[in-house]
Design a protein around this ligand. Structure first.
Ligand code: IPM
Ligand code: MG
Length: 363
């Protein structure tokens, strides 16, 4: 009997539903080819959950995610200037749903690959010399600690408003993230760069100490450290120097957008958020892009590649994942582009056409 996997599907807000539909189409095509099946359960999260239930993440949603083998997600959130969701207190806004599910499912390791495809070199905003060299790095971002989850409050003392956010890490949190980074490096070019601010922050100094001790257990992996401000420069100056970048939550949030942009479009980059089991939550690195929602022009490739990461990391279907990755490369080689990665001489296609073209190359 063929294997059936339970997939939770968070379509979310903005372009989320459109891009997830294309990824589901590709998953159905590839599962048919490799003789397994996928059973989907819709899960509400973010703004659409606020509209239905008044909160961005319900207990039922968390339970449904926990009952799945993996969760595929589109994007959540809206336009912070105009959407009524942003008139709610911060803990009731769409983003709180995302942070809540990350914490509830213990998704401490966020993997964000940043690869420059040969076919997209002309879309890379870096100078031609740098783009020509290409790059292929993986950011491993700690996802359930640091500033995002530390104590925070705003107080008014003697008429002066003061806001406090707390950046705290313990050695357990650092060690488990570091192990993920080194394990991943073993399957790549065997180099880990820890990015921190150890010239200023105590938390960074602990990251250095613990990561160094983890590194000692991986003699085949080259290990180095870099300050975060320098890393921000190096990513645009010479991204080819990096293999795996390991970093804490906030630095990872910022650097992963930078690393995404230099690939030509944030619409190309998938991500995986993992815990210490095979479960994972897979989502494109980009946001909900409310300005182009519903127009059928968003790039679905990041979501399709997230689905491929799901096949690889959670479902152990490496061949199917390879097939999806190859189909994406082929569609680019064949000259098809959504608007965000379009360049002269290519064929501009809509969101659903891009999904269909990738499906055709999967079968
Ligand atoms: C991301 C996003 C989220 C984050 C937001 C939406 C809370 O920017 O996944 O990078 O900051 O982690
Ligand atoms: Mg971000």
């Amino acid at each position: 009997m063929s294997k059936t996997y339970k997939i939770g599907v968070i379509r979310g807000d903005g372009i989320g539903p459109e891009i997830v539909n294309e990824a589901v189409k590709v998953l159905d095509a590839v599962s048919g080819k490799y003789g397994f099946s996928l059973e989907y359960t819709d899960i509400d999260m973010g703004g659409c959950s606020i509209d239905k239930y008044g909160v961005p993440l319900t207990e039922e949603a968390v339970e449904a995610a926990k009952a799945s083998d993996a969760v595929l997600m589109g994007s959540i959130g809206g336009d912070a200037k105009t959407s009524p969701w942003y008139r709610l207190e911060p803990s009731k806004r769409p983003e709180a749903g995302l942070l809540g599910i990350r914490k509830e499912l213990n998704l401490f390791a966020n993997l964000r690959p940043s690869v420059l495809y040969d076919e997209l070199k002309s879309a890379c905003p870096l100078c031609a010399l740098t783009a020509d060299k290409g790059f292929d790095m993986m950011i491993v971002r700690e996802l359930t600690g640091g500033l995002y989850f530390g104590e925070r409050y705003t107080k008014n003392s003697h008429g002066m408003e003061t806001a406090v956010d707390t950046l705290s890490y313990n050695e357990f949190e650092i060690r488990r993230a570091a192990h993920k980074a080194f394990d991943i490096a073993l399957k790549r070019r065997k180099k880990v760069t820890l990015v921190d601010k150890a010239n200023v922050l105590d938390s960074s100094r602990l990251w250095r100490k613990i990561t160094e001790s983890v590194a000692a257990g991986y003699p085949d992996v080259e290990y180095d450290t870099m300050l975060v401000d320098n890393a921000a420069m190096q990513i645009v100056k010479d991204p080819a120097q990096f293999d795996v970048l390991l970093t804490e939550n906030m630095f990872g949030d910022i650097l992963s957008d930078e690393a995404a942009m230099i690939t030509g479009s944030i619409g190309m980059l998938p991500s995986a958020s993992l815990n210490d089991t095979s479960f994972g939550l897979y989502e494109p690195s980009g946001g909900s892009a409310p300005d182009i929602a519903g127009k059928n022009i968003a790039n679905p490739i990041a979501t399709i590649l997230s689905a491929s990461m799901m096949l690889r990391f959670s479902l152990d279907q490496d061949e199917a994942a390879d097939t999806v990755d190859a189909a994406v490369k082929q569609v680019l080689r064949d000259g098809y582009r959504t608007g965000d990665i379009y360049s002269e001489g290519c064929t501009k296609v809509k969101t659903d056409e891009m999904g269909d073209l990738i499906c055709e190359r999967v079968i």
